[in-house]
Design a protein around this ligand. Structure first.
Ligand SMILES: [Zn+2]
Ligand SMILES: [Zn+2]
Ligand SMILES: [Zn+2]
Length: 266
């Protein structure tokens, strides 16, 4: 299915929340009770479409709800950042896309993450059987840049507590279109230079207070400056601050992601 004349890349934020989502179950804080729809954050995930191959970064716990909310009817691949529960537990809902496409979906990510997925969801990796009603995946552990649709995807290993996660850089026609770094506590020098002058940076900006495995909003702003990103969005956000208050505290060129945010790069 090849389409033409579309944008170079369209990114759609499926989820912008931290692992528990916002509102949190049973929390009565002002942000969890906020009427602003931007304060309703499902678990972090991004939908990307280059006009030839729509794909996901992560299958968040809320995947089914996110796809229905956004009218997503086709997914042809998944990039995984890491194996924390909030990023993988929607995997079983890929069965619908396997069924619609009548094919096995390729999934890409760190080898350890794909091994853990195969242990958790062994039926999804069975070689036998068709795709009607089943989730059927093909595992592609990656370390270096690889082509996907019309994009070149580069894994960006970054520290995240006891594990290393992958961010991803998405390039097309020699342009660094988008870097996605959803879960990280620091961005090493070599990753900063890999993403330098990227057009859109979407980065972990968890909260204002320090956290052992995530960047604070201030640290994320510093990374955005060092990387000289044209536009940055903070994501993977907690209930500690409302969307509006977060936005008010950020300098020009740095915004706050929200569920449903669409980015179009022509
Ligand atoms: Zn996470
Ligand atoms: Zn709350
Ligand atoms: Zn994580």
């Amino acid at each position: 299915m090849t389409r033409t004349n579309g944008p170079l890349l369209r990114g759609l934020v499926l989820g912008s929340g931290t692992s528990q989502g916002v509102p949190m179950i049973g929390c009565r804080c002002p942000v969890c009770l906020s009427p602003d729809p931007r304060d309703r954050r499902t678990r972090a995930s991004l939908f990307v479409d280059d006009g030839t191959l729509p794909f996901l970064i992560d299958t968040a716990t809320d995947l089914r709800f996110q796809c229905i909310r956004e009218g997503i009817a086709d997914v042809g691949a998944v990039l995984y950042t890491h194996h924390h529960a909030d990023h993988i537990l929607g995997l079983d809902d890929l069965r619908r896309f396997c069924e619609l496409r009548q094919e096995r979906l390729p999934i890409y990510g760190p080898a350890i993450t794909l091994e853990i997925l195969a242990r958790m969801f062994p039926y999804a990796f069975q070689e036998k059987g068709g795709t009607a009603g089943y989730v059927r995946l093909l595992s592609h552990p990656v370390e270096r840049s690889f082509p996907l649709g019309k994009l070149i995807i580069t894994p960006l290993p970054v520290p995240h507590g006891r594990i290393t996660t992958f961010g991803y850089l998405l390039e097309r026609d020699g342009r660094k279109l988008l870097a996605y770094l959803s879960d990280c506590q620091a961005v090493p020098e070599e990753i900063l230079s890999a993403i330098h002058s990227v057009e859109i940076l979407m980065i972990d900006g968890l909260r204002d207070e320090p956290h052992p495995t995530h960047l604070t909003s201030r640290q994320a702003v510093k990374v955005a400056r060092q990387a000289d990103a044209r536009q940055t969005y903070l994501t993977h956000l907690t209930h500690h601050k409302s969307h509006r208050d977060r936005e008010a505290d950020l300098p020009a060129g740095i915004g706050v992601a929200f569920d449903g945010l669409t980015i179009v790069l022509d």
